[in-house]
Design a protein around this ligand. Structure first.
Ligand code: HEC
Length: 123
């Protein structure tokens, strides 16, 4: 199994490549102005590529909105890392580094990005 470090260098900062995808629920919530928070089942996925022109991601970071009360510390989000083909969950957490950093975006319900639907690939 690939070793996963969940420090910032491994997830986003040193590896700026990759697209962000969101399911329909998440897209709708993201487009709302002001953003009121995400619906149960909303999912946002961020690919991580090792090189800008890699055909496939080597890791996928994801956040999924759980039932109300499932993770009060993080507005009920769960954070996951999947392998590049999204067949295996390598890591999941309800609190920890993902949550810590994403909690700086509390006013946007822990989500950094804007309307990914209208700007595919925006980081
Ligand atoms: C040091 C800060 C930091 C850490 C730690 C971190 N993230 Fe992020 N994350 C960001 C930033 C900044 C963005 C928006 C820019 C980007 O996509 O690179 C982001 C974007 C995302 C997105 C796209 C949705 C959004 O918020 O824009 C997902 C999904 C995501 N991160 C999942 C995770 C997971 C899962 C972990 C833990 C394994 C994690 N992140 C750890 C800072 C962080």
């Amino acid at each position: 199994m690939e070793k996963i470090t969940t420090g910032n260098s491994d997830i986003h900062d040193q590896s700026p490549y990759g697209r962000v995808y969101a399911n329909d629920l998440a897209l709708k919530d993201m487009a709302a102005k002001p953003r009121l928070g995400f619906t149960v089942g909303a999912a946002i996925v961020r690919e991580r590529l090792s090189e800008a022109d890699s055909p496939k991601p080597n890791l996928i970071a994801a956040m999924v909105k759980g039932k109300k009360g499932s993770n009060p510390k993080a507005n009920d989000w769960e954070f996951l890392i999947l392998d590049g083909s999204a067949t295996r969950i390598l890591h999941r957490e309800k609190r920890g580094v993902c949550v810590e950093c994403h909690s700086s975006q509390r006013s946007g319900d822990f989500v950094f990005g804007g309307d990914y639907g209208s700007e595919p690939g925006r980081r």
